[in-house]
Design a protein around this ligand. Structure first.
Ligand SMILES: [Zn+2]
Length: 232
């Protein structure tokens, strides 16, 4: 095998490796959660926090109602105990009981308002959780397929890299350096095949004289793109 053909073998492998690496990158990128799923996850988190907030308010108000009731009860007990005879104290107690009753009524109105909020929040949370579970299941199905693609590509790449290593081992250092240099300059394609007299790297027509030299296995560069030419 001529040196040019050795490089051509290497080029074919590198082209395939580049392609698989790009596809692997795409597959990895595609496994990022889609915006719709991220949004619905966010919605469920907000709904859960909202529900917790209203449930907490409801609990606090209920405790407050209980405490106001207890205070009123204590005052009533004292008022009707017969132990209080001082008129001023009796009037104060009556006023206090009335004030506590007003406070309790106001609190109970608030409890009702908050209960409506709790119900709304509960409804929204149920809806958000349902949407999330649907979206997550759908995504899991899709990404399972991507995961399989990822594994397949990684395995193929591993095999290709091994082949490349053995092919590269027989190429001399100077040719390898030139090849790598050309790859860098020519978008990954250092060695271009000839189709009759056309360079497949840039579609330029190559002179008959050059074609002959390529056929002989000599190092010939395309006048159009500067790539090394080879007869496949
Ligand atoms: Zn060319």
């Amino acid at each position: 095998m001529t040196q040019v053909h050795q490089l051509y073998q290497l080029q074919k492998l590198d082209t395939e490796i580049d392609d698989k690496k790009k596809r692997l990158g795409d597959v990895l990128k595609a496994q990022k959660e889609p915006p719709a799923l991220v949004a619905v996850r966010q919605r469920a988190a907000v709904a859960a926090a909202e529900l917790q907030k209203w449930q907490g308010k409801h609990q606090n108000l209920t405790l407050e109602v209980g405490s106001v009731s207890a205070k009123a009860k204590t005052s009533e007990t004292r008022l009707y105990s017969g132990k209080v005879t001082n008129t001023k104290e009796l009037t104060d107690l009556q006023h206090e009981i009335e004030a506590l009753a007003r406070r309790k009524a106001a609190l109970e109105d608030e409890v009702l308002e908050v209960l409506v909020k709790v119900e709304d929040a509960q409804r929204e949370k149920t809806a958000a959780d349902e949407a999330l579970s649907t979206a997550a299941a759908q995504w899991e199905k899709q990404s399972a397929h991507l995961k399989a693609d990822q594994n397949e590509l990684a395995l193929a790449l591993h095999k290709l890299m091994q082949s490349r290593q053995s092919k590269a081992a027989v190429v001399d250092a100077a040719s390898m350096q030139e090849y790598e240099q050309l790859r860098k300059q020519k978008h990954g394609l250092a060695v271009a095949g000839l189709r009759v007299n056309m360079c497949l790297g840039c579609r330029t027509t190559v002179s008959a004289n050059k074609v002959k030299e390529v056929d002989e296995g000599r190092k010939v560069y395309c006048g159009g793109c500067g790539r090394l030419l080879v007869t496949p």
